[in-house]
Design a protein around this ligand. Structure first.
Ligand code: G6P
Length: 606
């Protein structure tokens, strides 16, 4: 979380910094700021709130300077006020920081005792004072940075500029990603390659504990022992134009509508048009894997739960799934020869990365499903299957989820094929159903207006229940998560059969209860739960296929039709109306769909 940019060149950098921050705003948007060196002195502009506030400030008080750093913040230590906004600075150095300095209290007390005056509540400010303290001891900026890094504990990515040095920006990383951009006579720094895409596609990533001296014409990278090292410069295929909203009002809506296309791309790398698997070779044998462990956070973890059902039902492979923040500290014993599947859109989620490292230390092979192929999680894995969702900008995940499901189902089918738990004809049949998913999703998207009408009712609710069984249980949780993330309405996703053990107490004439009930083996069971809610005057919203809608037999408040399909692919279809429902409920409530309060897209802190 938090986005960092930097640039050293021969032109004014303020507009580059602002544009770069716009591309990173998905990482946090509580406050923003930039700093440059002008006439040897550090100058800053900072503003509370979204980037537009900073842009307004810069209009009134432009900031010249050929070197600079910028930051968009997701608050950890200290409220999102202007004084807590980055860059933090002394008269000698200014710092932008993503992550947490765990020993900041100890460092702050030490520096205060030396007379340093702190003006913010942040952990970041200690970096500015620590570096400045070393500079006062007549160290060079490089020595001061290296000495400071040895004192700092935690996970961080930082960018530092220095008074009197219009030629030198220093960056460092430990645990948080940082990309270096190579231009023509100017060099850049960014939390990800997307931030730098309009300027350059020549990118190198700092490795763990690296730090770099960035000049207009060269970059010198050092490892943790200060030795000069080479880091591979790669050419990315990102383009500056890739993150436009197009004709859509919000990124989230654009992304919802992109799903048929990106599912198609993702599937094309894993299966042939004639419904045969074309999976890459994996560094383990499905036949001998004793157990699979799946770890992830947020929406990605719900893709993992769907995966568990698929692997168990189709490949008869036992699966353990856990939320990464729990798994990393649970000290779970792991079986010899086990495989851990790590699911993440960003590939940078701190808890997920830590869970990966735990599994690795337990001798597990790591297979990751990530959307950012150069991410930390991808790089730490034994094998990677990318989701081809493209840059997902809306904070509420949509394209990443359905492409994660696509990969997960293909993996489960590959396991079933290797373990001979399904006849070849059934595998072909499921792949055919998967190939038909994009056109079914298009049919659901054409029904957007009806969902928009229903959303008007949802916007008046204070609580909503989402209920499903089997493969639809995780989709109920994902539907609830989407609604609460962007409309701020309390919502719970529950296994329909478990409803009578608690959530049924919430049912009254105001409570919408959304039932996900394809015509599958569990349909009748779910219908019993529908009856229980209807009998208590709950507002039943029934989501099913044509046949399922015809047989519901209970009073419904509204129905949503989803095309009939093989029950195995139902998760990919039933989530779509729930995304649209959440989107239009948020619109009806007037909330900020793409940047909902308190959330961030990439969570690189614990
Ligand atoms: C944040 C985002 C969610 C996302 C989760 C995991 O909470 O707001 O949309 O599902 O992180 O992120 P990852 O990048 O690991 O999938």
């Amino acid at each position: 979380m938090c986005g960092i940019v930097g640039m050293v060149g021969k032109r004014d950098v303020a507009s580059f910094l602002l544009d770069g921050l716009r591309r990173l705003e998905y990482r946090g948007y509580d406050s923003a700021g930039i700093a440059t060196v002008v006439g040897g002195k550090i100058e800053r502009r900072r503003a509370e709130g979204k980037l537009d506030a900073l842009a307004g400030r810069l209009k009134d008080q432009p900031l010249p300077g050929h070197i600079g750093i910028g930051h968009t913040r997701w608050a950890t230590h200290g409220k999102p006020t202007e004084t807590n906004a980055h860059p933090h600075a002394t008269d000698l150095a200014a710092v932008v920081h993503n992550g947490i300095i765990e020993n900041y209290r100890e460092l702050r007390d030490e520096l205060k005792a030396k007379g340093c005056v702190f003006t913010s509540e942040t952990d970041t400010e200690v970096i500015a004072h620590l570096v400045s303290d070393y500079l006062r001891q007549k160290m060079t900026p490089q020595q001061a940075l290296s000495a400071s890094l040895k004192r700092m504990r935690g996970a961080f990515a930082i960018g530092v500029i220095f008074a009197g040095r219009e030629d030198l920006l220093i960056a460092a990383r430990r645990g948080s990603p940082l990309a270096l951009g190579y231009g023509d006579g100017e060099m850049y720094l960014g939390s990800d390659a997307l931030a730098l895409a309009p300027q350059t596609n020549r990118i190198a990533y700092l490795e763990e504990d690296d730090w770099a001296e960035i000049y207009a014409d060269k970059i010198i990278v050092h490892d943790s022992t200060d030795k000069i090292v080479e880091r591979n410069i790669m050419t990315t295929n990102l383009s500056g134009a890739m993150i436009g909203k197009g004709e859509y009002r919000h990124f989230m809506l654009k992304e919802i509508f992109e799903q048929p296309t990106v599912i198609g791309y993702t599937l094309a790398q894993l299966a042939s048009p004639d419904d045969a698997l074309t999976m890459p070779d994996l560094p383990f044998d499905w036949k001998t894997v004793p157990r699979l462990t799946i770890v992830a956070c947020g929406t990605a973890s719900y893709a993992g739960v769907v995966g568990k059902y698929w692997f168990e039902q189709l490949a008869k492979l036992p699966v353990e799934i856990d939320i990464a923040s729990e798994f990393r500290y649970r000290e779970a014993p792991m079986p010899e020869g086990g495989v851990t599947v790590v699911v993440s859109q960003s590939g940078e989620t701190a808890d997920t990365l830590a869970a990966l490292n735990y599994a690795k230390a337990q001798g597990q092979k790591i297979l990751s499903i990530v959307n950012v192929p150069q991410s930390s999680i991808a790089r730490a894995s034994d094998a990677v299957i990318p989701t081809l969702a493209g840059p997902e900008i809306g904070v509420a995940s949509t394209t990443a989820f359905t492409t994660q499901l696509t990969v997960m189902l293909c993996l489960a089918l590959a396991a079933a094929e290797a373990r001979k738990t399904l006849p070849a004809a059934r595998i072909k049949e499921i792949l055919k159903a998967l190939h038909e998913v994009p056109s079914h999703i298009n049919a659901i998207l054409r029904d957007e207006n009806r969902l928009e009408e229903l959303a008007q009712h949802f916007s008046e609710a204070t609580d909503v229940l989402y209920l499903g069984r089997g493969l639809l249980y995780p989709i109920a949780m994902e539907g609830a998560l989407k609604l609460k993330e962007i409309s701020y309405i309390h919502a719970e996703g529950y296994p329909a059969g478990e409803m009578k053990h608690g959530p049924i107490a919430l049912v009254d004439e105001n409570l919408p209860a959304v039932f996900l009930a394809p015509s599958d083996a569990l349909y009748e069971k779910t219908i019993s739960n529908v009856q229980e809610v209807a009998a208590r005057n709950g507002k039943v919203v029934f989501v099913s296929d044509k046949d399922g809608l015809a047989h519901v037999g209970a009073k419904t408040f509204a129905t949503i039709e989803v095309p009939a399909a093989d029950p195995v692919v139902a998760p990919l279809l039933y989530v779509i109306p729930l995304q649209l429902l959440a989107y239009h409920t948020a619109i009806a409530k007037g909330t900020d769909v793409d940047q909902p309060r308190n959330l961030a897209k990439s969570v690189t802190v614990e």
